[in-house]
Design a protein around this ligand. Sequence first.
Ligand code: AMP
Length: 309
Amino acid sequence: MIVTQTISDCRLERRKLGKLALVPTMGALHEGHVSLMATAKKHAEHVAVSIFVNPTQFGPREDFSKYPRPIEADLAKCQAAGVDLVFNPSAEEMYPARSKNLGFRTQDKSGGVPPESPPPEIMVDMPTLASVLEGRFRPTHFRGVCQVVAKLFNIIQPDVACFGQKDFQQLRIITAMVEALNWPIEIVPCPTLRDPDGLAKSSRNQFLSLEERQRALAISRGLLNAEKEFFQGVKQTNRLVTLVQNTMLEGTMQGKVPLLIDYVAAVDALTLKSVDQITTPTVIAVAARVGATRLIDNVLLDPTKKAHG
Ligand code: AMP
């Protein structure tokens, strides 16, 4: 496995490889990421992983400086998964102008990019898809995601790129971006990996105390309840959304600290527009805060498919 830190080294090493599948990550790798690497291996002879905590996708009050960066453990996981090439650049390498002009501060007191920062020097945006759901709570997030993924695609030039359905809005936006910009890259959606208790694996789960983790389980429980109801014939989204909300708030009635729900929404899987009655693939998406940790999860309800399991 070759590990590169500069764009020029990465390009040099990439040229030695044939058909390549890329798994872009922010590190703190878990089995969810490893499952993406396994899928990548099925789609191409060679696999590349990028590990980069991208500052431009964090808001001013978000957890950029707190985000875990266990690089040695991450590299060991990539090695074990049979990865050929790792790209692990610094913020200065990826954003030299920003670093020089603004004295880029990774230890900013607010825990992220300084609020006075101008927008990223180049903007790739999918405003319609990016302004809903996560976009309402993280208005500049997907601009940062599109910017960094566009740069990674240009640097690594993969034939295939794997993205998790856990971040389904991100997956939809990247798929639309690749279509809109005619990039010859196949975007492969990968299913969400969960812990045995149902919690979707996330690099941020390590911030949860045991008690918070128990409370966080109400998110996947709510989504699972909605999925069951859907397969029993309930197609009205207001009923499914209410069921998810009620499941998430059950703990409150038992006197526990509530989860703070940012949204529970039912949207069309392609347009991300609100859906009343499920006739086409629809996603029920949730974002909630458990203590200081913000978690997202979702379930895809496809009327053309039968219940599994
Ligand atoms: P991140 O490092 O959180 O930016 O995630 C990198 C990639 O891993 C993204 O495509 C995520 O959607 C995907 N991913 C994160 N968590 C999971 C999970 N639990 N199951 C499958 N893929 C995931």
